[in-house]
Each structure stands twice: as C-alpha cells, then as structure tokens.
Design a protein. Sequence first.
Length: 395
Amino acid sequence: MNNYLRYILQLLMLPLAVFAAQPAAAEESIRIMPFGDDWTAGAYGHVSYRYPLWFMLQDAGFDVDFVGFRSGSLDAPNLDWYPEYNTTFDRDHEGRDQPTSAMISVADSRAETFQPHIVLLMVGGRDIYEYGSGGITLTTNNVPQIIQGFRNHVPDVVILLAKPPPWLNAPHGGTAGTEFVAPMADAIGELAHSQDRPESPVYLIDNFTGLNTNTMLDQGAFPNLTGEVWMAGNFFEVLEDVLSTIDTNDETGFVINSGLNDAWFNPETPGQGFFITVFPDIQSVFLAWFTYDTQRPAAGVDANLGEPGHRWLTAFGSFSGAAAVLDIEVTSGGIFNSVTPVPGQVADGSIMIEFTGCNAGVVTFDITSANLQGEIPIQRIALDNVPRCEVAQAN
C-alpha cells in the first residue's frame, strides 16, 4: 500500500500550487458559528445574512473566524450578488433545512469539534413550516437542548438567539406556517430570557420586527439582498459589544500541528487511505484520499494503468484547534505523465477531519455528486512521526 500511495501522491502534486494563494489564518481568531435552518444556510441563490455580516466584521477590524462543517448554500449562490463568495468570504456555517429536533445532536457534536466562542442561533421557521402550530412547541422544547449542547463543551459560550424573519409564502410553495411566524417570534423572545445565564449570556436578535415583507423578501419567502443586510446589521449591533468580552487566551485541548503529516487509514478497510499534510504557517490542511468506486466495475472493464475501480480525491481547507474543514475537489481529464490534455477540477462536497490525538482522528465526509455521507476512524500506517507530533503539541 505504501508504494501505491507514494506513486499517486506524485501524480497529485500539481494542485498544491493553490496553497500559495491561500491567506494566512489568524492564530487567535474569535470563532463564530452561524447555526440554524434555511435562513442561515441560504437558498434561492442567496447566501443569507452571513455574507454581509462577514464583511461588516472585517471592515470594523474584528479578528473572527466563521466555523462549521458546511460551506455551501441549499442551492448554488448567484455570484453576481456575492462576488467575493469564493475568495475572501468565510463560507463555514451550520445551517440546514431541518427542524430543530434534528439539530440537538448536531449542536453537541459541532460544539465539541469547533469550540465556538459565539453561536448565531436562528431557528423556528422550518419547525412551523413542517408542523404548523405544533412547531412552536417543538422549538420551545428543543432550543434549550440545543443551547445546552453548546454549553456542554463551551460553558461560557455566548448565544445570539434570533427571531426568524416573517415571510409571505412558504419556502417551497403555498403559505404553510406563515400565520405562526409572529407567535414563534414571541416564543423565541421568551426563550432568550429563560435561557440567559451570567456565565453564558443569551442575547435576543429581533429579525422579525421591522422587516418589510414587500421590499426585503425574494419570492415572498427568503430575505433578499436588502433583507440580508438588514438582518446582518441586527447581529452586528450586538456583536460589536460582545466581541470585546471574549477571551481567546485560554485555549486547551489538542491542536493540529505538522507532526500529523503522514499516511493514515482505517484498519477495517485495508487497501485504501489518506495522505494528510498540515501547513501551520497558513493554518491549512491538504488531504489526498485513495479509495475505490462505490461499485465494482462491470466484468470485462479494463484499464491501461492500475485497476479500473481505483478512485482518488483531494481536499484543501483551514483548521482551527483539533478540526479542519476541507473542500473536496475531483480532478479529471488528464493522461498519465502527459502535458495535454490539461486536467480540470470541480468542487464536490466537503470533508471534516477531527483529531483526538497524535494517532487518532475521524474523517467526516459529504460527497455531493454521489450523495455519500459518513465517518471514517483513522490512524497512522506507521508510528514514526508520533514523537514529532507530541513535541509540537507540548509546545
């Protein structure tokens, strides 16, 4: 297996040129996790309030890092509206088109992985869209559990709990849930008060009152560009004061370091694995994944070189603490050791690597084209570099 991995890595060196273009991440950034349903994820070509908020924070000089496993919207964003979406905008978030009952375990897991200092929590819309008046009860019962999931791992986490914006039409047609938005906004206000703690404050963000449904909504459902800026301003007004209270100098736990550079695999699935390379100076990670297709090739299918079922993927992204979130790329169209034709690359989902020590980690993947999601526990093929990792961790 080592010879095979060594050979394939040579084939993959071309994409490494993109590393030089990556901006260096700040060492002590304040980690902010946008967490919620459709209004956080973005849809109808919109990215959501996250885009204008990021640039408001940058323009004000705040050193922040949006964190989360997800890096896209529910559908492709309109790049004419968001020209810096693929460059300087921090796309990481935890928005999803799911009710709050599906978010409880996610909150606990993502809090453990990303250790956010601040959570921008906006939920409730999906609950009433799917369950009507029962969605208010669902949100009221589940939001305290979501907040507790964050507090389990970050006891002093700051929560900005937002009322969902009103809408005229349901996200996928009809008017389901529209009459329950105002009662939901009231329920969120009560939750902000009941869940507030001196050591872990909850601030109420009012994204309901003042949103003009005639001028701030796209198709009567999602905030348009004007609505996004308005919502971002509501968050920013509170964040301006909150950010000055965050202490980032008490970091503990495992931290990704260059001692993790190695060949990794899951002993349960021999013959496939990963090359992982950490670049501390730019706080980034490159991963090469050597695996197989989801099904064996048909009988009689052959290849001039290698085995017809071989597959490899690459991924690159930033890390914070013990976790790295990477964008998957699929490279295709080339020929062995040939300048032409020039291969092309397309984005195809995301990977999160979470290390729990110098010889243990978990790869969580979401491959868009194949609709594949899952987790793979990994360890090193050989232990030679473990001491180097342990020294770096101690320092």
